[in-house]
Design a protein around this ligand. Structure first.
Ligand SMILES: Cc1ncc(COP(=O)(O)O)c(C=O)c1O
Length: 394
């Protein structure tokens, strides 16, 4: 058997590796507290589950779905964009439902990337932007997100030689893993940059609904001309606690949406229709659950940030997203130092049974940081904080 070279180019998927380590500790009887993966612990709201119950009984939903999704779902997505962002979309040409946004983020590389091509990708960033690129035979050029720039990329610093080979620019705000946010002025600059260099701008915004203190993150499509150069990926995963149901969408530039639809129609057979009905219920029903969930996350954020600061870690409270991005502490008591984020995270798991994600897993500029997710029940978060304190200082 001879595998393709592209398989060897892929590093182990960070989250799979963390899950494996956690499972190993648990099999040894350790009660691991995981601040690892950003998977909401709260259930999908009952009214959405109710729509699945109903839809599952309809024989029309027992058959193959269409790649482009139910027209009612595309309308529901367009309606939600209009209500939430004031962005009008043509549900026929500018909206494409996805089997979770990760699926579309991975597949879109096949629309743009050929061997030798470059994708500009945030560093640190969600690993799929770079990995989709590698699977398509291209390479990622990392755009460092630095704390002193509010974790926004310095687009003007990309060398001309790279720009000549670049086809796409990936952006993601509210950002995973840093929790940073971007305003419309930044998206305006990204549109201008994309236009100037002939790049497709691909914005990934699954955390737009997870925000605190009344802040409402904008959509990339609110920027003037955004639709001429790019699309936005969005997801129901984090807004409605629906990670397990696998449903998301791509919206924006009709040509890009058409190309992605073309690729997908050759590779998958769409989203189970009963799940599409859930998405319609989620988007069209009362939205109070979002505020409710955000109150829970905000309380956890405040608790975690205060505890981490109390331990001497440098951290700012995120305005949005499910993550706290903390600097690996320096100057710890002897025996508690770890020079890298992986060393720090590994020892924390080994010695205290607490899992955090090492920043390096999100790209070279993530070194020196760890990510803690807010998706664990309050009492587990408290226990995690207690163990962290004990491990660091006692
Ligand atoms: C930045 C970002 N984009 C996309 C996704 C994928 O979400 P989903 O495939 O569940 O829609 C995630 C999941 O954690 C994410 O953090």
């Amino acid at each position: 058997m001879r595998f393709a070279g592209r398989i060897e180019k892929l590093p182990p998927y960070l989250f799979a590796e963390i899950s494996r380590k956690i499972a190993e500790k648990r099999s040894q009887g350790v009660d691991v507290i995981s601040f690892g993966i950003g998977d909401p612990d709260l259930p999908t709201p009952e009214r959405i589950i109710e729509s699945l119950r109903e839809a599952s009984l309809d024989p029309a939903n027992h058959r193959y779905p269409e790649t482009e999704g139910l027209p009612e779902l595309r309308e529901a997505i367009a309606g939600w964009y209009e209500r939430r962002f004031g962005v009008s979309l043509d549900a026929g040409r500018e909206v494409l439902p996805l089997i979770g946004s990760k699926e579309g983020i991975g597949h879109i590389a096949l629309c743009f990337i050929e061997p030798g091509d470059v994708a500009l990708a945030p560093d640190p960033g969600y690993p799929v932007y770079a990995m989709g690129t590698v699977l398509a035979g291209g390479e990622a050029y990392y755009l460092p997100l630095r704390e002193e720039n509010g974790f926004l990329p310095d687009l003007e610093a990309v060398p001309d030689e790279v720009l000549r080979r670049a086809k796409v620019l990936w952006l993601n705000y509210p950002n995973n893993p840093t929790g940073a946010v971007a305003d419309i002025a930044f998206f305006d600059r990204a549109v201008a940059f994309g236009r100037r260099h002939g790049l497709a701008v691909l914005h990934d915004g699954p955390y737009s609904e997870v925000a605190f203190e009344g802040y409402r993150p904008p959509s990339f499509l609110e920027a003037e001309g955004a639709r001429e150069v790019g699309i936005e990926f969005h997801s129901l995963s984090k807004s409605y606690n629906m990670t397990g149901w696998r449903i998301g969408m791509a919206v924006g530039n009709a040509e890009i949406i058409g190309a992605l639809r073309e690729v997908k129609s050759n590779l998958d057979s769409g989203i189970p229709q009963a799940i599409q009905r859930m998405a319609i219920a989620a988007l069209e029903g009362p939205q109070g659950c979002i505020e409710e969930h955000n109150r829970v996350y905000e309380r956890r954020r405040d608790r975690l940030v205060a505890a981490l600061r109390g331990l001497g870690l440098r951290v700012s409270p995120p305005k949005a997203s499910l993550y706290v991005w903390a600097r690996v502490p320096e100057g710890l008591p002897a025996g508690r130092q770890g020079s890298t984020s992986v060393e720090f995270a590994t020892r924390l798991l080994e010695e205290a049974g607490v899992a955090v994600t090492p920043g390096i897993g999100y790209g070279p500029s993530g070194e020196g940081y760890v990510r803690l997710s807010l998706t664990l029940p309050d009492e587990r978060l408290e226990e995690g904080v207690r163990r962290l304190r004990e491990w660091l200082w006692e």
